[in-house]
Ligand binder design. Structure first.
Ligand SMILES: Cc1ncc(COP(=O)(O)O)c(C=O)c1O
Length: 388
């Protein structure tokens, strides 16, 4: 027998709900992946890269043309110049960037602040590094303010001499919350006072709606100096199964990240990297992404408003929370299961994004819908939900 390093971790709720969706032939609005393919142009570029001989180990931190393309994009969109040679690392999706970052930065006994609800890979990464997660809850919507927000005073209060990292994720999965200029101001003031290091998971950087800009931490020099900024091509180019992402961080931070990265995966699948580098020459696909997903958000939002669900606003990501209190008083996980088995629509309980999913204060009567789906899929789900 081995002594488990992650004794509380079972199969993730995303896998459980996807399996349940398959068993019950339910429409899967649970796990966050598109049910459509990437641009055929991008897929053809992968074939071309293979035929051009890009089939052996690429350079450890990532193929040079891709790191250059990432540097050019970040410079063009957020105005920060990362050196592709020393400050940009291509990773096996954002998940591996997150794990490598936490393993590189966190030592036994360190504290890591996470904002709850939070993406499910953060807590196990902190645990594997020997650190302790310190959850800071987001401020939920109120009658006068419909958005989830960070309570910066609570973040500030949570910082101790043991704090090694503050992990942020905006646009935020699962609430859809985005950062405003005032959030960057508040964060800047915390960083100035405490010097805390930041991990900024920005995988939904190109999915921000209603004409808002994405406030990447790399927009502010002081924040960029203290941050590992992580993104994923899976979300931007509808290719979650390719598992290609990246991390931008100042030289010293990238140096430590790469030490871990090279022994986790050494490097990332070669033809995808060369294809993505070529595809990124054209900014149009990511510039058009907000409008593409905003139409789907509005389709789901308008549809849910005709049902007994009460959708919450979604300013970013491809997720939307909805209140089901008019339908049931079941706990979230039971409700999600019931919805899949009885009504044929799979969703994710919000409680899954809390450190203690079974605790009563992790249950808010909310479930998460993913709208990265074909319009037919969304319409079929809405038809089923409308019958409840
Ligand atoms: C907030 C967040 N971070 C990271 C990831 C993982 O990204 P990747 O598939 O590139 O590993 C996801 C995927 O759902 C996510 O929602």
């Amino acid at each position: 027998m081995i002594r488990s390093k992650l004794p509380d971790v079972g199969t993730t709720i995303f896998t459980v709900m996807s399996r349940l969706a398959a068993d019950y032939k339910a429409v899967n609005l649970g796990q966050g992946f598109p049910d459509f393919d990437p641009d055929p142009v991008l897929m053809d570029l992968v074939t071309q890269a293979m035929k051009a001989g890009h089939n052996q180990y690429p350079y450890m931190p990532g193929a040079a043309p891709l790191r250059q393309a990432i540097a050019d994009k970040v410079q063009a969109v957020y105005g920060h110049a990362y050196d592709p040679e020393t400050e940009i690392t291509v990773t096996s999706g954002a998940t591996q960037a997150l794990m490598a970052t936490v393993l590189a930065a966190v030592n036994a006994g360190d504290e890591v602040i996470v904002i709850e609800p939070c993406f499910d890979s953060y807590l196990p990464a902190i645990r594997l590094a020997g650190g302790t997660a310190v959850p800071v809850p987001m401020r939920p919507p109120t009658a006068t303010d419909p958005y989830y927000r960070i309570d910066w005073q609570r973040v500030r209060d949570a910082i101790t001499p043991k704090t090694r990292l503050l992990m942020l994720n905006f646009p935020h999965n699962p609430t859809g919350a985005v950062l405003g200029e005032d959030d960057l101001d508040a964060l800047e003031s915390i960083v100035r006072d405490t010097g805390v290091l930041l991990v900024s998971d920005e995988v939904y950087e190109h999915i921000v709606f209603d004409g808002r800009p994405h406030n990447s931490l790399s927009r502010r020099p002081l924040l960029a100096e203290h941050a590992f900024v992580i993104s994923s091509f899976g979300k931007t180019y509808h290719a979650t199964g390719w598992k290609v992402g990246y991390c931008c961080a100042p030289r010293q931070l990238s140096l430590e990240l790469r030490k871990v990265h090279q022994f986790m995966v050494f490097t990332v699948t070669s033809p995808m990297q060369f294809a993505l580098a070529e595809y990124m020459r054209n900014p149009q696909p990511y510039l058009e992404l907000p409008a593409f997903y905003q139409a789907k958000r509005d389709r789901l939002m308008d549809g849910l408003r005709t049902t007994r669900f009460k959708p919450l606003p979604s300013p970013g990501t491809f997720f939307m929370l909805a209140d089901y209190s008019a339908i049931s008083d079941k706990p979230e996980a039971d409700f999600a299961r019931w919805l899949t088995e009885v009504h044929g629509v799979a969703v994710i309980p919000l409680s899954a994004f809390y450190q203690r999913p079974d605790a009563p204060d992790s249950d808010h009567g909310l479930v998460r819908f993913c709208f990265a789906k074909r319009d037919e899929t969304l319409d079929l789900a809405l038809e089923k939900l409308g019958s409840i």
